[in-house]
Design a protein around this ligand. Structure first.
Ligand SMILES: *Cc1c(COP(=O)(O)O)cnc(C)c1O
Length: 369
């Protein structure tokens, strides 16, 4: 058996992809909003049940540009979570804004909506929550707070592809939502991302921002960058989107199998899925509880020794990374800290075999039971 990685990308068959990219040799249109780019935007809008969607080159750029589109005054404060991938915090700081770290809930890892208000100052302009692992934040309460204080809400929905709340696409919540289509995510375009805005004006603006701010042949109206998705990536997306339902069903089956088999193991708990109608099983996080026989780090080591490469997502917290440590606020983020030292994400991808899942389960049991 090969080593078991935490994830592997979903891919169409070689023949399917090669067949699909053939027309590019005739058209010689490789990037700059080609027909496949256009087609993927249309299909994703339908699939994600959103009214507008702009593709960009990756999820990080999606988040950075989504924040930029609001033109917040330099140095303004943005309330966010430290229990996330570093990209979330970078996107705020790279926009000249100040991250204010809010604690998360132990039950699902999303931002603790009851602790947001106490962090709001006259400098606060926005909230950037994360639907971490596809677990949905309390979008209703966050919306209420935002409305009360006149703040913008920009969701990092990088993990939440295909997730819905009360039958609505999750991308519809907040003033903006961004997805990542990186190879390690549920749906991939090799590298890629998308932004959804509530406001059509901002949607038009982002289409300029992703293309150097160009309005037409002679007019540049925004300080933009090059964030265009090329046709090879768009075609990878179109191929993967054809199979997305099977991929999600397979992920669910693996997730349910893990849960069933690990049910009796003492010392682990699962996260809840927040406000999500159901999980997309983007990840399979387990949290070690106080009665676990060994520590998270020890379990991590033992699994690696057995060639099972699990990950400590998300450890360290972004606020603890060298580039941010001690620089920003010292709010109480004790739940985030606790979660970060006790969580482990187990291997989860559509093509993992039953044999491999069994090996993971056996190994986890061996050390915890
Ligand atoms: C993956 C990810 C991103 C960045 O997306 P890329 O497509 O890799 O640039 C941002 N936020 C979170 C929470 C992510 O997991």
């Amino acid at each position: 058996m090969d080593k078991i990685l935490v994830t592997r990308p979903s891919m169409p068959s070689y023949d399917e992809y090669v067949e699909a990219i053939k027309p590019l040799w005739d058209s010689q249109w490789l990037t700059n909003m080609g027909i496949y780019h256009e087609k993927l935007e249309v299909e994703l809008k339908q699939y994600l049940k959103v009214s507008n969607l702009s593709l960009v080159v990756n999820g990080h750029t999606a988040l950075e540009l989504a924040i930029k589109a609001f033109d917040f005054p330099n140095g303004s404060e943005v309330i966010t979570t430290p229990f996330t991938f570093i990209s979330t915090t970078h996107a705020i700081v790279r926009n000249g804004l100040k991250p204010v770290f809010c604690d998360v809930k132990e039950c699902d890892g999303t931002i603790n909506e009851d602790k947001i208000e106490e962090l709001i100052t006259d400098q606060t302009v926005a909230i950037v929550p994360v639907h971490v692992y596809g677990n949905v934040c309390n979008v209703k309460k966050i919306q209420k707070i935002a409305k009360k204080y006149g703040l913008k809400v920009i969701y990092d929905a990088a993990h939440a592809f295909g997730v819905e709340y009360e039958g609505e696409g999750i991308g519809n919540y907040g003033d903006a939502s961004v997805f990542s289509f990186h190879s390690t995510k549920v749906f991939n375009t090799i590298e890629g991302g998308a932004i959804i805005f509530k406001d059509d004006v901002l949607c038009k603006k982002i289409r300029k921002l992703r293309n150097f701010g160009i309005q037409d042949e002679e007019v540049v109206s925004e300080l933009g960058i090059n964030a265009k998705m090329n046709e090879f990536c768009a075609i990878m997306g179109l191929c993967n989107l054809k199979h997305i339902n099977e991929m999600l069903i397979r992920r669910r089956a693996i997730g349910e199998y893990y849960k069933e088999k690990l049910r009796t193991v003492k010392g682990i708990r699962y996260l809840e899925i927040g406000m999500a109608d159901s999980s997309n099983f983007a990840y399979f996080p387990v949290v070690l509880t106080e009665d676990a026989k060994i520590s998270r780090d020890m379990l991590y080591e033992r699994l690696c020794e057995n060639e099972i490469y699990v990950r400590k997502y998300f450890y360290p917290l972004t606020s603890e990374q060298i580039c941010y440590k001690g620089k920003y606020n010292t709010n109480d983020i004790s739940c985030a800290k606790k979660l970060s030292v006790s969580v482990l994400t187990l291997p989860m991808y559509e093509r993992i075999t039953e044999e491999e899942v069994d090996k993971v389960i056996c190994t986890v049991k061996k050390y915890l039971d």
